[in-house]
Every structure is written in structure tokens, then in C-alpha cells.
Ligand binder design. Sequence first.
Ligand code: URA
Length: 233
Amino acid sequence: MERLDKLFSSSAIFTRKECLIAVKKGRITVNGLVCKSPSIKVDHLKDVILLDGKALEFKKFVYIMLNKPNGVVSATEDGNQPTVIDVLPSDFKRDGLFPCGRLDKDTVGLVIITNDGVSAHKKLAPKSKTEKVYYFEIADEILDGQAEEIERGVTLKDGYTVSPCKLKMLSKTSGYITLTEGKYHEIKRIFGSLGNKVTYLKRISFGGIELDPNLEEGKARYLTKQEEELFTK
Ligand code: URA
């Protein structure tokens, strides 16, 4: 049994506030009776819950887009520092959520948070070569030939050769880089291997899902149907 408004918000149908409004308007019935309070306890497997007379489809999995702020770690729990789960607006919180992949603490931008372990695992598996696009700024101007070097795949200081990347420079010190693997501090280490330093990093796309330009840092929204398909395919 769980609260009606929690059930609606965790199934991405309504936020708790929207659920309250729908209850006030008499749009929700439970077992044939008009629901009077969003805090009543329901069991969506047994109770007949209708919205405007129609049966609801309660989803098992949720997919959330978070615009991660600086200073937040990509983990579910951390004794000292705020995590991407801690900063999720309360309407999105439910058990079992975790971030699909990691951004560094000082990297901002798109993180997908879900409770669908199978799809997340598939997206993160090396063989899926999921494309991740980042906007970056670097301390020093890129030198002639270095963009091509990055595109071919540089060898890092530890001897690892990075897979070829796409690079689109916007200026001598900023651009977009697309990775198809997810090594620790990969972009910082790519530029580090060329004697440069990343000063700003923002993920703007993951597996074809683009960070919503209207989503401010620290804000979240559910993926659209189309985005969900991209994530689960
Ligand atoms: N590469 C990095 O260096 N940091 C990130 O957060 C992601 C990719």
C-alpha cells in the first residue's frame, strides 16, 4: 500500500501537486468512489484507480533527466557530499533510483536517473558504444594537428589508447567532443595528455537523448516517450 499521490508521482503521471489538484476536481476514483484526499493508501494491483473514468497504467520503471550541478557526486549515497539522488526534486524520489553512468563532481549537465537496471546496464556496456557528447572549455589554445590527434585517439599517460572521438572546435579553447566509451576522467586525461587542461565540462547528450535546454541546473524532468525508447532500445 502506498499514498495515492506518491503512486502518481512515482509513475510519472502527476506530480504530487497535480495529483492534489486532480483530487480537488473530483477526477480520481478509487473502487468506484470519488477520491477525497491525495494521501489515502492504495494498492495499485488490487484497487481500481481511474482518472477521468479511465484506468491508469502504472509504470514499473521511471526515467529521469537531471541537469547535474557542480559539486554533486554521481552516486546513490555518500556520507559527506550531496549525490545526484539527494539533489533530485522530491517529487521524483522513489526507491531503487541510480544514475546511469558517472560524471565527475565538477562536470555539469545530463545525467539519466532510473530504476531500470537492465536498460542502464546495456547502455553502459562497452560494446554498446553509446555516444556521449560534451561541451568543453580548455585553458590553452589547441595547437595545429591536436584536433586530428584526438579524433584518431590519443594515448594517455598510463599507456591506454582512447577510442577515436569526434571533435568540433567552436573556438581555439572550446568545442564539443563525442565519446563512445566511458573511462575515468576520460576527457580531462585526453587534454592532459596534450599538456592542456579542461576548465569546464558539460554533458549535453547521452545515447541520442539531449539535455533539455529549458532545464536549469539542479532541475529534473521525466524522459518523453521518444527519449524513453532511445534509452531502452
Ligand atoms: N570525462 C571527464 O573527464 N569527466 C567527466 O565527467 C566525463 C568525461
